[in-house]
Design a binder for this molecule. Sequence first.
Ligand SMILES: Nc1nc2c(ncn2[C@@H]2O[C@H](COP(=O)(O)OP(=O)(O)OP(=O)(O)O)[C@@H](O)[C@H]2O)c(=O)[nH]1
Length: 247
Amino acid sequence: MRADARGGAEQARDALRSSFSYARFSKDSGQPERDGSQRGGFPEIWLCNGHFYFSSSTENNLERGMRMDHHHDLKCKIVVVGDTQCGKTSLLNVFAKDSFPENYVPTVFENYTASFEVDTLRVELSLWDTSGSPYYDNVRPLSYPDADAVLICFDIGRPATLDNVLRKGSNVAKQISAPYIECSAQQSENSVRDIFHIATLACISKNHKNVKRIKSSRATKRTSHAPNRAELDSRLHKTKAKTCIVM
Ligand SMILES: Nc1nc2c(ncn2[C@@H]2O[C@H](COP(=O)(O)OP(=O)(O)OP(=O)(O)O)[C@@H](O)[C@H]2O)c(=O)[nH]1
């Protein structure tokens, strides 16, 4: 998502909010199951100005995908989907490799890893990049099973990418009120990091109420475009209120 190309953000937010909700993906087919409406099931959507986090509860994660390897480690699989050239690979590269790609290279599939420390937990993130090309529409769902979160992206500067998200996503979900977060891979490395940090925290916080956001090597790094402390606190506050703009 490219929030630096702002415009129509409010419209996008409203459209997306009214179009997505809960879905449960079949482990066998990778397709959304018929009834995804059960709360407490998998997943919850986070609407992030083009990024939706379908995050399951920690309890469910521990049961199925987000495994506890030993006392302090969790593993979380996050799949990133969205229209072609909406910024998925750039988002992941900035987050996992600390670099914004110079050139556009179409993705087929790619995996990245990153980690966060949250309280006494170290959360290992397995990040799955997918192709936005319609050519891979039938292949992409194969990456959904065992995902703890699916991050659906669009480029806010290109309404067509939003249309495609709505068209494809409307098969996936019902209505919910979802957190909304903006970021720019190009302009703010920290905004990207915060999205993943907040998503990770959300995945574990439902059933671990006393887990707090703490410093981590990735989360504390700042760029010249990074927000100041007051802005960060404001973001976190908004996130708790299920609406968050990260820039
Ligand atoms: N202005 C701006 N451009 C961006 C941003 N993120 C990505 N881009 C540009 O958008 C284009 C596509 O970026 P990618 O990250 O490769 O897009 P993708 O969604 O992975 O594309 P596919 O592999 O086709 O699915 C590239 O030219 C990037 O430089 C951003 O935050 N701001």
